[in-house]
Design a binder for this molecule. Structure first.
Ligand SMILES: Nc1ncnc2c1ncn2[C@@H]1O[C@H](COP(=O)(O)OP(=O)(O)OP(=O)(O)O)[C@@H](O)[C@H]1O
Ligand SMILES: [Mg+2]
Length: 396
């Protein structure tokens, strides 16, 4: 067994600019660095460009970890887009209320302004006066700094109005991506969809990309006639990167650094993880780490690599399970042991895993699906995270 300490990328920002960062491992996970480490998505980028240039908003919907956030960042990184627009990426995954939404939104807008001229920052606080209290002058440098706390959002609706008014004044058009958009359905405030829709409709200076992974929630928001966002955006799905294109990308990254990899190894990984980008990239990152300069990465190390990746995730899996009610935990493990589980309410399944009753299994599965721990395929249920599935079935 090969133990390896995880190190996705090390960059020395002081010495190198963003595009020429020193990247120890070219299979970057969890972050967008640049074109060089991003595989393809040229058609998807073109599609986004076309919609945005033609004034249409986009709803980007795909399963988790396929590459939605990465695609948006890649699109934002295109030179023509950078030049024509101000771009904002607002991730609302962790938000649970309008106040938190406004806080996250305001922070992103201000964060993007940081490198801009002082006059623009000053303008921000003139227009968004409800956030003025978070605006301070650094006592030493005299530079303005922004120390906004969630508690500063006293009147979220007012602040939201002000932020939109500010955007309306921008000297370039804006593109605002709201990632994990389905989250607004979970807020305590139930009218937010309607409120936001109205604001967005009136906003002429910005276009929107709404991204989300909960397909039924997202399609319901954009495709059902009774909903405020009905037909307000072009729907766009995202498929796994085709195997041959990914394979070429991965081989080139190995070769560039004097390493080799057999095509069959990449194809095997892609098949194992059904092309889901995050899992494939995690495996390739580890395979790269296990291959020294001049060496060829062979089939025989796939098992070790997978084992290492699973171990690297172990603590987060333990944390996850410790927060999971016992009934859900048992059902999750039972499904992991099956791989793909069919007839989960059958007497056979219940007896085999000592489960309580068909109705309790059903209730647990419903919650596990809602929280993205399970997914439903044509052949049955499976644990969404392939690594967690294996860990639950063999290690836990
Ligand atoms: N085209 C690509 N080339 C290389 N790596 C990619 C590509 N797209 C995504 N990735 C990597 O795959 C991982 C998953 O991508 P991303 O976070 O964009 O997925 P997502 O669909 O937004 O997932 P989630 O629904 O969980 O937010 C990221 O860590 C990213 O680094
Ligand atoms: Mg994402």
């Amino acid at each position: 067994m090969i133990y390896y300490k995880y190190n996705y990328y090390i960059c020395n920002k002081n010495e190198k600019s963003m595009n020429e960062q020193v990247v120890n491992n070219p299979f970057v996970v969890g972050k967008y660095l640049s074109d060089k480490y991003f595989c393809d998505r040229s058609e998807e980028t073109e599609f986004l460009r076309k919609q945005i240039l033609n004034g249409r908003d986009v709803a980007l919907i795909s399963p988790r970890r396929i590459g939605k956030s990465g695609l948006i960042q890649h699109f934002f990184n295109q030179p023509d887009i950078q030049e024509k627009y101000y771009v904002f990426f607002v991730d609302i995954y962790a938000t649970t209320s309008l106040a938190e939404f406004v806080y996250t939104f305001g922070k992103e807008i201000y964060g993007q302004l940081k490198p801009q001229a002082a006059v623009w920052k000053e303008r921000f606080f003139q227009m968004v006066s409800s956030l003025r209290m978070g605006f301070k002058l650094d006592p030493i440098t005299g530079n303005p700094s922004f120390d906004l706390g969630l508690g500063d959002i006293q009147t979220p609706q007012t602040t939201l109005d002000e932020i939109f008014a500010y955007i309306e004044e921008a000297d370039k058009p804006c593109i605002i991506a709201i990632d994990e958009f389905q989250q607004i359905g979970e807020y305590a405030e139930k009218n937010l969809e309607a409120l936001l829709r109205t604001k967005i409709q009136k906003c002429h200076r910005a276009q929107f990309i709404f991204a989300g992974s909960k397909r039924h929630v997202m399609s319901n928001m954009f495709n059902s006639p009774s909903k405020p966002f009905y037909q307000s955006a072009i729907s766009m799905g995202l498929e796994p990167i085709p195997i041959n294109i990914y394979s070429e990308f991965a081989i080139a990254l190995f070769e560039e650094r004097g390493r080799h990899i057999e095509t069959e190894v990449i194809e095997q990984i892609w098949q194992q993880f059904k092309g889901y980008t995050w899992f494939v990239q995690m495996m390739m990152n580890e395979l790269y780490a296990l291959t020294s300069e001049g060496e060829t990465c062979k089939f025989s190390i796939i098992e070790d690599a997978r084992h290492n990746v699973i171990l690297s995730q172990e603590q987060s899996y333990k944390d996850l399970l410790s927060n999971l009610p016992p009934r859900q935990k048992i059902v999750l493990q039972a499904i992991a042991k099956e791989g793909i589980a069919q007839n989960i309410t059958s007497a056979r399944f219940i007896k085999k895993y000592n489960l309580n009753s068909a109705s309790s299994v059903q209730a647990a599965v419903k919650l596990l699906l809602k929280n993205d721990l399970l997914t439903q395929t044509d052949n049955g249920y499976r644990v969404y995270d392939f690594f967690l599935s294996e860990w639950l079935a063999t290690v836990y």
